[in-house]
Design a protein around this ligand. Structure first.
Ligand code: AMP
Ligand code: MG
Length: 322
């Protein structure tokens, strides 16, 4: 099958930055990390130290939880066979348990054991292709969060070939950790942007709320369909236009439906979740994208978020507010 390569990495939400300055000391950095472009902007007396500590934290968490780096805890876990177990850190177990709660509540629409399927589609790779039905069935047989067993810090798999991927969770956890670190340096105002995963702390340079643009899914990058004013809140987006490829005129994106084995087709093309916990918002944006609004709204009351804004294929905007 001939694939026309059209892989893209869009920032699905972005800061609309003010022009003038309040005179507070400022430090900022842009780096490639966690497979995306990250940008930290910090204001305050100890902004240089805080910025460095924030960047170090991103590297630390990535080295621990990135399923695709060879010596991470998750890579170590993914290398075990049936009857074996991996001893993981408290932190990795904490993130896994949080994610597993969502797997349970969404009845597997969100599933961190998705890796055999995401590896098969390999949507971020150089030569992505549409797998055969047999390949998809084989990958699906290795998926099922209920077969992940956690006993204290020891984790094992009850199914051959299982592997986990915390790609839908880690940036959210990381953003929350950076907020804690910044606060420990006395920082009140900052913008943490982990590529479509934003935490807006305090106020912007003009003393107003941070203005976060939501990318219009079918417009040029940087073209928002709405702007949210945020202070001490996170906004996390999942979209089918973030990473994808085109084959025979059809778009295949990176958020997969563990039931069908194909890219999720709930009718949505973008979901942004706003709240206080970036970990929760990160997981939920992915889950809502897979489930669709109607299904998710039935269980929405169980989660810790303030609002979501979804866009469907006909560009209709659907907003849910608590
Ligand atoms: P996000 O961009 O936060 O929506 O996360 C997308 C990433 O999560 C993908 O690149 C996969 O690594 C992983 N993923 C894809 N589909 C699912 C799913 N149904 N449940 C959990 N993780 C998924
Ligand atoms: Mg996510």
């Amino acid at each position: 099958m001939k694939c026309s390569k059209l892989i893209s990495l869009f920032l699905t939400i972005f800061a609309v930055l003010p022009l003038c300055s309040c005179g507070e000391k400022k430090a900022s950095a842009t780096e490639l990390a966690m497979d995306t472009v990250i940008n930290l902007t910090v204001y305050g007396k100890r902004c240089d130290e805080a910025l460095q500590a924030g960047l170090d934290e991103i590297r630390r968490i990535d080295a621990m939880m990135n399923a695709h780096s060879e010596d991470s805890e998750i890579a170590r876990l993914n290398s075990i066979g049936i009857g074996e177990e991996a001893e993981l850190s408290d932190e990795t177990v904490y993130v896994m348990k949080k994610a597993l709660e969502l797997c349970e509540k969404t009845d597997g629409a969100f599933d961190i054991s998705i890796k055999p399927l995401s590896d098969l589609w390999d949507i971020g790779a150089d030569e992505p292709r549409v797998p055969s039905e047999e390949e998809i069935d084989m990958a699906l047989s290795k998926i099922g969060y209920r077969d992940i067993k956690i006993n204290g810090n020891r984790v094992s798999f009850a199914k051959e070939g299982m592997q986990i991927d915390l790609g839908a969770v880690v940036k959210g956890y990381c953003a929350d950790r950076i907020v804690e670190i910044f606060r420990s340096y006395g920082i009140k105002n900052a913008l943490i942007d982990l590529g479509g995963n934003i935490y807006a702390l305090g106020k912007n340079e003009n003393g107003g709320d941070w203005r976060i643009g939501l990318q219009a899914p079918q417009e040029m990058r940087g073209e928002p369909f709405a702007v949210e004013n945020l202070s001490d809140k996170t906004a996390v987006a999942s979209g089918s236009y973030e990473r994808y490829f085109e084959s025979d005129g059809k778009i295949y994106h990176h958020i997969l439906d563990p039931e069908t084995g194909y890219p999720a087709d709930s009718g949505l093309i973008s979901v942004t979740v706003i709240g206080k916990s970036s970990l929760e918002a990160d997981m939920l944006s992915t889950a809502i994208f897979v489930m669709g609004c109607e299904e998710f709204d039935k269980i929405a009351g169980e989660f810790d978020f303030e609002k979501y804004i979804a866009v469907d294929k006909s560009n209709k905007v659907i907003t849910y507010e608590r």
